[in-house]
Design a protein around this ligand. Structure first.
Ligand code: SAH
Length: 366
């Protein structure tokens, strides 16, 4: 990665840390990713081979196609003439392009669609506009889900929630302290903990996590996005599919991670120029959705979910008539998306869906 001599976000963060004091990890992550002028997503187009990380839709067209057929099947269950197809954080638009192409085999589904893309990054919005410029399906862009009108919906979010800020707290002898970023005597950014324990954390976390010892780190996200998605599917009929890196059950652990040029990086070096993510707590998502009256489906590991949707058959169909080299690249993509090794995408990425209570069964979930 080429780091410019003056990093505007780092300069701004230093001024803040010097004058006002430490920043919570959550605020640090928010500023690094979505600062209105210098945030990572505000200024960069980081996805794909030439960027910092590669996502499932960028690995193979099969991913978006299967999600498209999933959506068409769910739409039949919703039974509405018009459908808002909402995508949170569409990246380069690859999943939506593949989805719309696959949806051509279900013309009445395609004809029902109005697309709403929720994207904070002006740079990625431009890429999405270009990718979707040929489609006759109506599309509009929004900065927040709150700006999308209500109505029967299918909402999709692939690798979106892991980019939303997490709070971190560290257990000390006198209780939970917020984890913060501060300016060290050496002039570098360092992790530290807030001087005082936070009694609010005590209250918030005691129901979520037990058997904690000194030094344990616990992280959590605001429930806002899960609550808003669930409110919509319950009120307006519909379903939401969330696919992300994460763990099935709420647990202790620090998963904040920085990535640059397809490798791990130090989260405190080059703020605004590297990607920051933290794993999704699927139990917390499910509990928030259930609390709103939504039906929860899954979670299921991505490998299993894609196999249930027929990725192996799709790969076979795509390989027909191809040269051995091109067929091998389809096999490689299939293997990567369904890789069941402990750190493989097929295992570490999970899929969960929320629906209106009337939708009892969704494809890919038991
Ligand atoms: N879903 C895509 C991209 C994942 S990267 C894919 O699978 O390839 C995360 C995406 O979410 C990017 O498009 C990023 O710009 C967007 N994003 C991150 N934080 C956001 C926020 N707070 N509001 C809206 N979009 C956000």
């Amino acid at each position: 990665m080429s780091i410019p001599a003056v990093m505007p976000l780092e300069a701004e963060l230093r001024r803040h840390l010097q004058r006002i004091g430490p920043l919570s990890v959550s605020k640090y992550m928010e500023l690094c990713l979505t600062h209105p002028e210098h945030g990572y997503y505000t200024t960069r187009t980081p996805i794909g081979a030439g960027g910092d990380f590669t996502t499932a839709p960028e690995i193979s067209q099969m991913f978006g196609e299967l999600i498209g057929l999933w959506a068409a099947a769910v739409w039949r269950g919703i039974g509405s003439e018009n459908l808002r197809l909402i995508e949170l954080g569409p990246g380069r638009g690859a999943m939506m392009v593949d989805l719309l192409r696959a949806a051509k085999v279900v013309p009445d589904f395609r004809a029902a669609l109005v697309l709403h893309l929720v994207e904070i990054s002006p740079a990625l919005e431009r890429v999405q506009r270009e990718a979707l410029s040929g489609t006759e399906v109506p599309v509009s862009w929004h900065h927040s889900l709150d700006d999308v009108p209500d109505g029967p919906l299918i909402l999709l979010a692939n690798e979106f929630i892991d980019a939303l800020p997490v709070h971190q707290a560290v257990m000390c002898a006198d209780g939970w302290h917020e984890r913060v970023v501060k300016l060290g005597k050496d002039g570098a950014l360092h992790f530290s903990i807030h001087r005082d324990p936070n009694p609010l954390f005590e209250e918030l976390l005691q129901s979520r996590i037990r058997n904690v010892k000194v030094g344990d780190v616990f992280e959590w996200r605001d429930d806002n996005i899960a609550l808003e998605i669930s409110r919509r599917v319950v009120k307006s009929q519909g379903a939401a599919l969330v696919i992300d890196y994460g763990h099935l059950a709420t647990a202790i652990g620090d998963t904040l991670q920085a990535v640059s040029r397809h490798g791990f990086a130090d989260p405190l070096v080059a703020p605004g120029l590297i990607d920051l993510t933290a794993h999704v707590d699927f139990q917390a998502l499910a509990e928030a959705a259930e609390g709103m009256g939504a039906r929860v489906h899954g979670p299921v590991e991505q490998g299993e979910f894609l196999r249930r949707l027929g990725i192996e058959q799709r790969a076979l169909a795509l390989k027909r008539g191809l040269s051995p080299a091109r067929a091998a690249s389809i096999d490689a993509a299939l293997a990567r998306l369904t890789d069941a090794n402990p750190t493989g995408m097929g295992r570490i990425i999970k899929c969960i869906a929320f629906s209106s209570p009337g939708l009892e069964w969704l494809p890919g979930f038991n």
